[in-house]
Design a protein around this ligand. Structure first.
Ligand code: TYD
Length: 241
């Protein structure tokens, strides 16, 4: 047992027949591009509906919450954590769970681990508080695979195209802490996380993501293993290695 504060999140048995995947990482790591590429690939390989979504702001209520958190006046850490949890709760209830119940592949750009990485770590809000809040908000729904795109804050900042938002401009030390928090979470839950070095080209990163996710899905859903392996081509070692 590690003494990491990022204890494995005990996921409720998967609520439905769909496949729930999240992407995580620091600002500028390329999650949006990579989640789209993976979603397209999986939809094609598995011949399933794919729902690409994001937090904060994956629903119409979430779109109203998003600018409040990202661009409104400064707020206390509890108010911030509650707004992210409110966005997540509505997202899960109104979009993610119904899609999983239809058997879709749901790929979300950020989920609960973002709250752990960004909202906890201070003395005031602990990982336990944030995890408890999020699991309450989502009634325990966890992804079967979480892709962590690991990038140094400097390399991430170099990729920003728009003016930085409130969190993006929070400073190097904050972003270093966030990165370390993600790496600690991935170490605490190696069976859920697929960690990929996100310093390469879009295609290099996409190939690593496909291989890592395919290996994980093949372990959880053995009936999909052959189909996934046949489409990976020579990209990786056999899925059961
Ligand atoms: P996002 O739009 O994903 O930004 P990007 O993909 O460009 O990094 O997320 C916006 C910001 O919200 C990001 O700085 C991380 C932050 N965030 C939290 O602090 N907690 C959360 O629970 C979530 C979902 C996001």
């Amino acid at each position: 047992m590690t003494d990491s504060p990022y204890l494995p999140v005990t996921a409720a048995p998967h609520a439905a027949h769909g496949v729930f995947i999240s992407f995580e990482g620091g600002d500028g790591c390329g999650k949006t591009t990579q989640s789209r590429l993976l979603g397209q690939w999986l939809g094609d390989v598995l011949d399933r509906e794919v729902v690409l979504t994001r937090e904060p702001g994956g629903t119409s209520l979430g779109k109203k919450i998003r600018p409040l958190i990202l661009h409104d006046e400064d707020m206390g850490p509890r108010a911030e954590a509650l707004l992210y949890a409110a966005d997540r709760s509505h997202h899960v209830q109104s979009l993610v769970r119904p899609a999983l119940a239809r058997g879709a592949i749901v790929v979300t750009d950020r989920y609960l681990d973002s709250s752990l990485a960004y909202q906890s770590g201070g003395r005031e809000l602990t990982a336990d508080d944030i995890r408890g809040l999020s699991l309450w908000a989502t009634q325990g729904l966890m992804p079967v695979v979480t892709v962590l795109l690991d990038i140094s804050p400097a390399a991430g900042a170099a990729r920003f195209t728009d003016a930085p938002d409130r969190l993006e401009s929070a400073g190097d030390e904050f972003h270093e802490r966030t990165r370390q928090a993600y790496l600690d979470m991935a170490a605490a839950e190696p069976e859920r996380f697929v960690t990929v070095d996100a310093h390469g080209s879009i295609e290099e990163i996409a190939a690593l993501v496909r291989a890592g996710v395919a290996r994980r899905l093949a372990a959880i859903f053995p009936e999909l293993a052959e189909r996934l392996a046949s489409r990976l081509g020579g990209e990786t070692a056999p899925l059961n290695s």
